[in-house]
Design a protein around this ligand. Structure first.
Ligand SMILES: [Fe+2]
Length: 377
């Protein structure tokens, strides 16, 4: 068994205080720190004020990333804005889009990548592999992506209708801070969709071909906490203790899949998000119950997985997920996302990402995805 994750993790209501001490040790004050946030309402929050006070002694260049699922053109535009400066470190405060952008910037800024074509080539051809990235700190404002403890960064390419990824073992964060003060502004719909993303990370990690015992333990822990507390959190989102529980669960899910990657549910989700704009966690969760049924004979410790969900069957897991989607006001019918039967062939064609579908414990055929998606329309 092998497991690798080098991220220094701080989790607690004193996470921000620890951040101060860490920054003092990590950065020299000679260079510039790049602060990337998700902007908007976060800039009015107490967490943002706290962050600004922590960074007061440093030279800081600040940018906001307000788009979700940024693609290669968005990132190239950001590189254009940020180029010409030498950054000693990057602090990313946001959801998966912000953290993944920070990871891409940590690699691309160092080698002076400019323009869409150059960035696309940089990612697709793995030109980032020899780069020693700018050290970056990840502070999630949503509980779900786990990006603060994984090394890969998604870069969407809308023009070519695909998802690219920087996958580089050197690009783990130097520090991840899980402090419930940063998730106060997370709205209900995002609370639900991101928590379901974490449920998918855990479950897919648990049954992945590349699973291992350590990942499986993290996965079970994450599922138990989310199953046990997400509904409460939906009703009491200002409760620090509940937000912290789900924040830790997301972290555990990130730890789990950081060493296994995900499987078919994530792979099928990519065109649902890229082409039809379904939020990432929703898109992955829509097929989780059905693929659990599809995979069940090949899932190791299947009874323990069901127990973590407090369920007796994959059908019950699917019902719970669909109930949670309802809590977040998300439809469980693809038709409501403007997807019709005529779109299914496109979705099937784009559902087979290398390293994901082939990481599923049972081999998946195009006809399996076709049939499953048609039932969801
Ligand atoms: Fe995900």
């Amino acid at each position: 068994m092998e497991f690798f994750n080098p991220v220094h993790i701080v989790a607690g209501i004193d996470g921000a205080a620890y951040l101060t001490r860490f920054i003092e040790k990590q950065y020299s004050k000679l260079g510039m720190i790049l602060l990337i946030t998700r902007g908007m309402d976060f800039l009015q929050s107490d967490a943002y004020k706290l962050l600004k006070s922590i960074l007061e002694p440093w030279k800081v260049r600040e940018v906001s990333l307000t788009v979700s699922n940024p693609d290669v053109a968005d990132m190239a535009a950001l590189l254009e804005i940020l180029s010409g400066e030498s950054y000693e470190g990057i602090i990313a405060v946001g959801g998966g889009s912000v953290l993944d952008t920070a990871k891409t910037m940590a690699l691309a800024l160092l080698v002076g990548i400019r323009g869409i074509a150059a960035l696309r080539k940089f990612v697709l051809r793995g030109q980032y592999e020899p780069v020693v990235p700018i050290p970056w700190i990840g502070i999630p404002t949503t509980s779900g992506t786990g990006s603060e403890v994984t090394s890969w960064a998604t870069v969407w390419d809308k023009e070519n209708e695909c998802k690219m990824s920087c996958s580089c073992d050197k690009n783990f964060a130097v520090l991840a801070v899980i402090d419930p003060i940063f998730t106060v502004t997370c709205p209900l719909s995002l609370t639900i969709s991101s928590a379901l993303d974490a449920v998918c990370h855990s479950t897919e990690s648990f049954w992945a071909r590349h699973t291992n015992e350590i990942s499986q333990e993290f996965a079970l822990l994450a599922i138990r906490q989310i199953r046990g507390h997400l509904e409460d959190l939906a009703q009491h989102r200002q409760d620090d203790a509940l937000r912290f529980l789900i924040g830790k669960a997301s972290l555990y899910a990130g730890m789990a899949f950081s060493n296994t990657r995900t499987t078919v549910c994530h792979s099928v989700s990519y065109p649902l998000t890229e082409k039809f704009g379904i939020p990432h966690g929703v898109a992955a969760a829509l097929t989780l119950g059905d693929f659990m049924e599809f995979n069940k004979a090949a899932i190791p410790r299947y009874d323990e997985l069901l127990l973590a969900f407090q369920c007796h069957s994959a059908q019950e897991v699917k019902s719970w997920i669909f109930r949670m989607l309802g809590l977040g006001n998300f439809s469980t019918h693809l038709y409501d996302y403007r997807i019709t039967q005529s779109d299914i062939p496109y979705l099937v064609r784009h559902s087979f990402t290398k390293g994901r579908t082939d990481n599923n414990p049972v081999a998946v055929q195009e006809s399996d995805v076709d049939q499953l998606l048609r039932h969801l329309v």
